[in-house]
Design a binder for this molecule. Structure first.
Ligand code: IVH
Length: 682
């Protein structure tokens, strides 16, 4: 029995550690398969010995039986809201207000961080264990969502005491935002539509709906995540600054958005960083709707105090809205490179998030019918990142009776060929493989930046090349000469020469870009990269079978097969593409024309690649920050504490307790010279 208890404890510790690496630090050390094996082993042991299951076991994150209703939780410290700002002037006014209130203020800074668009949640830890989780509610009383919060893998069930961290407080109320990543939200909606359930309007609603489930087993299946941004009550260590507090939360195992948390001294720096976050908002995996500016010094926060609903020491700088109201002038159809007919709404131009929007996609006939979208309708348009703007809904109260219903054409509007709709698909496609619209679109994709990257070959030139019959397929581009190009409208000899040079230059490319350029259905840049990484040579991809491609998890000792990230549908599409003789002919012609796609192989691997290093004591040769960069450059990782998965402990001058731990765990210890020579520095 003692052995079983030890095994369970050991597995729990391992799983907790790897959970933290994966969900909190976004830096996993082991493969998913290895993690699953630990998890299954623990589940088995607990099933055989139910008396040994503890509430903090990682297996207990699957939810519990449904509640009748949520009970209420009173917040010890009210959960306030934030005042909003919308312009640079609002930011400078905020700064002036603070300086005025503080009078002869001591030197102070601001922190700026992204404002997540999710649901505010408070996690109460008593002696390091999660006891209660609640929603914000009206700020004073929220709902008890403890069982639901426990299913969120980035919410630790117990706090961890790290070597550098402050002692865990007897009581900690950590606050943050629970959200759903955009991609997970989209996948969830697809599943809901498949099951005839209404889709969620946005990731925030999806997060809120998932968190307010009386049955936490439902919540457990929803991919929720959490970032902490502050605290309520705390007994124990104090902090001087907001930044220090965030560091401590992270050291105790809570997830904070450290990479995007910035300290700014000048208010101009604050404004610049707010704009920077707005510029890169589309690069986040989740939606952010603003930046939160906070006075960094906690003493000054206390001095500034609060108004009735919001603190005086913080401001939410709200980004420009991504939705606007406008009118549809007319609806027509575009033919894409796969022959798909997409209805497009031409709009009265409107500024959304700093971009002038003139058109929005209506996706397909079903979408038009479901939303009852008509020509001349007043509509709400949404633009999210780089994706094509779309109609969120019709403002029906603005209808005059003159609006026209729209029905998709029965023939391709470009070539007149019949269109078909495959069973189970909503998309209508043109049946003519020589349809000039399809060919132009394929060519546009082929020359685009992420593909063959032929600079200067714009839409207008492509249209002329195709309409004059000079280019019928991709390979024809490589037969063009300066004399051909100067025949086109508005092309002088100089730009013709440049274009020929750009075409020539594109011949040398990477395998991933070439595969992407082919325009295989479902193969975007990412999938193309996965294929190139796995197969290294074009012939290998051409010969790959569905079994070689589609990722299937092994069970027990059988290894995983296929390529992680590639599903059955993509695999089928790749195989079908290379089985088509006309595609193969085009590829052969491209290769004969001199196109040379090459896999980019990593440089000779360093002995440090894939290894986890921990450092104790100080190094003579460089500061810690440089050590980290250097290790990363060589493909290794710098971890903060010694564990069984540490590969090397580097012992500098006056090593600390990590040295003993490394010895206990038989982790090899390197001195500074040995370390430098391993990195190729000596
Ligand atoms: S600080 C008293 N920081 O925005 C200050 N809030 O509009 C407490 N939010 O209820 C909030 N990201 O749910 C803070 N980095 C962040 C945030 C953030 C999102 C939410 C939070 C709050 C709401 C106020």
């Amino acid at each position: 029995m003692q052995k079983i208890i030890e095994d369970i404890e050991d597995l729990k510790e391992k799983i907790l550690y790897h959970n933290h690496r994966y969900y909190v630090l976004d830096d996993p050390e082991i493969s998913d398969a290895e993690y699953d094996r630990f998890f299954k082993r623990l589940l088995n042991l607990e099933r055989q010995h139910p008396g040994l299951v503890t509430p903090d076991s990682p297996t207990q994150r699957v939810g519990t039986k449904p509640l009748e209703a949520f009970s209420e939780v009173k917040h010890r410290v009210p959960m306030l809201s934030l005042e909003n700002g919308f312009s640079d002037k609002d930011i400078t006014d905020f700064d002036k207000r603070i300086k005025k209130l503080l009078g002869d203020a001591p030197d102070f800074q601001y922190t700026v961080e992204p404002k997540m668009d999710g649901v505010a949640v408070e996690l109460v830890y008593e002696n390091g264990s999660l006891s209660v989780a609640s929603t914000r509610g009206d700020g004073y009383v929220g709902e008890d969502i403890t069982s639901n919060a426990k299913t969120i893998l980035s919410v630790p069930l117990t706090l961890t005491q790290s070597e550098e961290g402050k002692p865990i407080p007897a009581l900690l109320e950590a606050r943050g935002e629970v959200y759903m990543e955009t991609e997970a939200f989209e996948a969830l909606n697809i599943k809901r539509l498949d099951n005839n359930l209404p889709p969620f309007a946005n990731p925030r609603n999806a997060a809120a709906g998932s968190l307010r489930q009386l049955d936490s087993r439902v919540t457990a299946k929803r991919p929720l995540n959490m970032f902490c941004y502050g605290i309520g009550e705390i007994s124990g260590p104090g902090f001087d600054t907001q930044y220090e507090m965030m560091l401590s939360l992270q050291q105790w195992g809570l997830r904070v958005n450290r990479p995007h948390l910035k300290i700014c001294r000048m208010i101009t720096e604050v404004a610049d960083y707010c704009h920077h976050l707005e510029d890169i908002r589309n690069q986040f995996l989740f939606e952010i709707d603003g930046a939160v500016i906070k006075v960094n010094q906690l003493k000054l926060q206390a001095l500034l105090g609060q108004k009735s609903r919001s603190p005086r020491w913080a401001l939410a700088f709200k980004f420009k809205p991504t939705q606007e109201t406008t009118r549809i002038i007319k609806i027509d159809v575009q033919v894409g490179r796969t022959g798909a007919l997409t209805p497009v709404a031409h709009l009265e131009p409107v500024q959304i998030g700093g971009v002038l929007v003139k058109r929005a996609t209506l996706h397909n006939q079903e979408e038009i019918s479901k939303k009852d979208i008509r020509e001349l309708d007043t509509v709400i348009i949404q633009r999210a990142g780089d994706v094509i703007p779309e109609v969120v809904k019709v403002v029906k109260s603005k209808r005059t009776g003159r609006e026209n219903k729209y029905v998709m054409p029965a023939r391709c509007p470009v070539c007149g060929a019949e269109v078909i709709k495959k069973a189970g698909e909503v998309i209508i496609r043109c049946t003519n493989p020589n349809c000039s619209a399809q060919i132009k679109e394929s060519l546009k994709h082929f020359v685009s930046k992420g593909a063959m990257n032929i600079d200067g070959l714009g839409d207008k030139i492509i249209a002329q090349l195709r309409d004059r019959g000079m280019v019928r397929e991709e390979a024809d581009l490589y037969d063009l000469e300066v004399e051909d190009l100067v025949k086109l409208d508005k092309i002088k000899e100089k730009s013709a020469k440049n274009l020929i040079q750009a075409i020539e230059k594109s011949k040398k490319t990477t395998l991933a870009k070439f595969i992407y350029a082919l325009g295989i259905r479902h193969v975007g840049e990412h999938i193309a990269q996965l294929l190139a990484n796995r197969f290294k040579r074009l012939e290998e991809i051409q010969n790959a079978t569905i079994d070689d491609l589609a990722y299937r998890k092994g069970n027990g000792d059988a290894p995983d097969t296929g390529v992680k990230g590639i599903g059955e549908e993509i695999a089928q599409s790749v195989v079908a593409y290379f089985e088509d003789e006309s595609n193969m002919k085009n590829i052969r012609r491209l290769i004969e024309a001199g196109v040379h796609p090459e896999a980019v192989l990593p440089a000779i691997p360093s002995p440090a690649a894939g290894k986890a290093f921990v450092i104790t004591g100080s190094l003579r040769s460089m500061p810690r920050s440089e050590v980290k960069d250097l290790i990363q450059k060589k493909g290794g990782r710098l971890a903060s504490s010694v564990s069984a998965s540490t590969d090397y402990l580097v012992a500098g001058k006056s090593p600390g307790s990590k040295f003993k731990k490394a010895e206990d765990l038989s982790v090899p210890v390197l001195n500074e010279d040995e370390f430098l020579s391993l990195l190729g520095r000596k």
